[in-house]
Ligand binder design. Structure first.
Ligand SMILES: C[S@@+](CC[C@H](N)C(=O)[O-])C[C@H]1O[C@@H](n2cnc3c(N)ncnc32)[C@H](O)[C@@H]1O
Length: 279
């Protein structure tokens, strides 16, 4: 049974994506639903629930709104939905607004700014560190950093060795370990901050991972996470992979459930930076 992704972020994306599909060719509602499910099916190899599986009723709601705005034309008997000239213009406006700057670097700068002054007494855990993108930056700043990665994908199985190689050319206090956040054998409340870059989207059992983050954080410590922005800008840069990430609404739900407080979010083009505190 697939999980239906819904909510304002998904509906806003569907506004754009249905126009995109109809600009390719006229389609029936059923064809649109099937296309979205099929085109996002590759996400299943990361997480079973990663496929975008909109309900037909959700598509109905979006099409009705687009038709009210004159952007699409409902089918006459035996025909299919079509885009109108006004719809083509609306689609072009989405494409023109694409920002070419590097959202990942901007998000990392924001995350570093949010951490505040560095010191070797402050212990930071970088979860899903890969080749040390964040861990190395934070060690250079002066934090004491541990980077962990489970190496659970073909592309990531050698990441920790590569991160160690890179650490030789960088300054600072950093250690890298191959480990899964869900089973990391560190005592509770070991870290002042826990950070993560572009990793939660591909974690199996995201809730269990965030529960482990909560256990490992000191009281008052903060979790700072950057990941794909779900929606049009995330899609324009990362395609359907952006739907492996959590929407703003899903982040709030998960963090509150795990008893995090002081939740804030910052959009940095195609990335979302999430801040939460163990209260
Ligand atoms: C897309 S990479 C991001 C690497 C790096 N943080 C960056 O920003 O370039 C995501 C990484 O998360 C790791 N990962 C996935 N699930 C994990 C888990 N449960 N615990 C630790 N690492 C995990 C994967 O092995 C992969 O290397």
């Amino acid at each position: 049974m697939q999980r239906t992704r819904s909510g304002p972020t998904v509906r806003q994306f569907l506004d754009y994506y249905l126009l995109l599909l109809l600009s390719e060719k006229s389609r029936s509602k059923r064809q649109m639903v099937d296309e979205i499910r099929e085109r996002s099916a590759g996400n299943r190899s990361y997480r079973p629930s990663g496929v975008l599986w909109p309900a037909r009723i959700e598509i109905d709601t979006v099409l009705a709104r687009l038709a009210d705005e004159g952007l699409v034309k409902p089918p006459a008997r035996g025909e299919r939905w079509r885009i109108t000239p006004a719809g083509e213009q609306a689609l072009a406006a989405y494409e023109d607004s694409e920002d070419k700057s590097d959202g990942k670097e901007r998000a990392a700068e924001k995350l570093v700014e949010l951490l505040g002054p560095a010191s070797a007494d402050i212990h930071v855990l970088d979860v899903g560190t890969g080749q040390g993108f964040l861990a190395l930056k934070l060690a250079e700043q002066g934090f004491s950093v541990t980077g962990i990665d489970s190496g659970c994908f073909d592309y990531s199985k050698d990441s920790i060795e590569k991160a160690r190689e890179q650490a030789r050319d960088h300054g600072g206090e950093v250690v890298f370990r191959q480990a899964d956040i869900r089973t990391l054998d560190e005592p509770a409340e070991s870290f002042d901050y826990i950070v993560s870059s572009q990793a939660v989207h591909c974690m199996a059992e995201q809730w269990a991972c965030v529960q482990a983050v909560h256990r490992l954080l000191k009281r008052g410590g903060r979790f700072l996470c950057m990941d794909y922005l779900v929606g049009v800008r995330g899609f324009q840069r990362h395609g359907f992979h952006c739907f492996l990430a959590l929407t703003r609404e899903e982040w709030v739900e998960m963090l509150l459930e795990q008893r995090f407080g002081n939740i804030r979010m910052h959009e940095m083009h195609d990335f979302l930076v999430i801040e939460a505190q163990k209260v």
